[in-house]
Design a protein around this ligand. Sequence first.
Ligand code: NAP
Ligand code: HSE
Length: 437
Amino acid sequence: MNNVMRVGIAGLGTVGASVIRLLRRQSEALRARTGRQIEVVAVSARDRKLDRRIDLEGLEWFDDPVRMAETAEIDLFVELMGGDEGAARKSVEAALLRGKGVVTANKALLAKHGMALAALAESSKAPLAFEASVAGGIPIVKTLREGLAGNRIERVYGILNGTCNYILSRMEEEGLSFEECLKEAQRLGYAEADPTFDIGGFDTAHKLSILTSLAFGTQVDAQAIHIEGIQSITLADLESAEELGYRIKLLGVAQRTPSGIEQRVHPTMVPLSSSIAQVMGVTNAVTVDADAVKELTLVGPGAGGDATASAVVADIADVAKGIRSAPFGLPVASLAKPGHPEMREHQGGYYVRLSVEDRPGAAAAIATRLAERKISLESIMQKAPGASRHGGKPGEPVPVVLITYATTEASIREALDAAMGDGYIAAKPQVIRIERE
Ligand code: NAP
Ligand code: HSE
């Protein structure tokens, strides 16, 4: 192995610029830890004139990242541009085809093309590493792939999107609007170029698809994920959740069921007493339930330049040391299909917020519809008109909030459809699943 590893970095935005700074700051330590000099020799971005507050003097500039991936001047290609097609896909393929290692933080690319890229890496005998693609600075990829190799995993779940957790935390703590909090998250460099990926739950789903593959030895299958974002969450929901002893988090959950691996992303009620409820701001948390280790939770910064650079540089150091793991823990041909359980089969408790006409018989009618499907209530809260900090005038429908014991998704949906038909419910019910530790 040559004593110098020459690195080309495509993408000089929030993450790319932080990676260059970190490699420079830790240059001596990295040499001691890997036995090699890691040198950034080439970079690529769209706008050559942009001041990125990093010294690019002496580095070869490529307008086209594919050309950089192909050049014999680099040993390792680091993809930090984003996007599941175009430049990101073409350049990663070009590097792997030439037997060059690839490090990427691009979960969208891996969620869509992870299997094909892993197969290409396998046939080229080139490393493909992506620690930064899930949960920013938390080393969850390595933990699942190497650290928990002796376990049978039953469930992996967590807060996988820093932007959403930041928004929900700020709304709850400061009473700020959704839009204000999103703007802050964008300014801080947490959000994706298109923030719909964050708030719509798609980014969490991309990450969950990678975790599912690593945890259960299955093919990456992002299409199988049930996805709901946080756009519908209101201050009234956050307020009611707290009053009932819960907090709302956007969770990604993958768990074994008799019909396969259930994969879902949605706003979730977690008990206020749970450790995941304490995770606020841009922080992420991933919990693994497994036979030997029982329960393991990793908590850390989920987004932002420095935290993500920490994970990218860890991968670069592994490549420098000559470490080449099967990207998803097993040879691609050995990865099983994860199955596709229907959401209707999902079992758990539910939070339901109803806007109910304030007249006799309303509560009894709703209770009857729930009882018909054998749905039992843990708690019920009806507020007087105008009692909520967030609206309601006398004469208007009143908010009624229910927490159910475990039931099925099919039962709760059928009960609510029937209750809607009774004419007491004034608006589409807000339904949020409950997840317990
Ligand atoms: P960003 O700030 O938008 O930076 C993207 C960079 O890619 C920019 O420098 C841009 O060039 C360059 N780029 C885009 N298209 C290009 C093309 N066709 N050719 C050459 N360069 C191109 O994005 P980021 O936040 O650093 O994220 C980068 C990747 O890391 C994404 O995959 C993202 O999902 C992932 N990630 C981000 C975070 C985070 O906290 N931000 C955390 C984990 C993972 P210009 O600067 O010239 O426009
Ligand atoms: N936009 C992502 C987030 C970046 O907010 O979590 C980290 O993957």
